[in-house]
Design a protein. Sequence first.
Length: 160
Amino acid sequence: MRVSIPRRTVLAGGAALMTALAAGCDTAARQTAEWHPAPDALLPLLRGTVALRDRYGEALSAFPGLRDRLGPLKDDHDQHVIALAREVGLNESGPFPQGSAAPSADAPPAEQGAALTELVNLEKRARADAENACLSAPSYRAALLGSIAACRAGHIEALT
């Protein structure tokens, strides 16, 4: 038995189906365009690490005699920057998102002792930041953040 459906009914149904599909696609496209992923929670730690590394560079430029003492510590921060950048999916050579995470915007101290004291204080703050990030991060990031926090604790000892 053959069922006969009028041609107009088929065309009207097809048009209605196409309209519904187009409306659904438009809604999905609008939702996708409005959705923005949250920035990675490690970005402030990365920015702070970049700023701390740069502060070491400034101290080394101002006091070249401290190269043996500060050079390895700066190198550690270079490696931290690379590891954190990789973790958040950024190019490890930068540029990095800007923010207010810079340890200090002032010129480095003019005296060597004051520069070392500043670096100790910056390392203490940076260690606390890494510890907090480690405690609040997902478990797959704990090893990286814990090692950064431990390294910074070692830097404090090396500087004092």
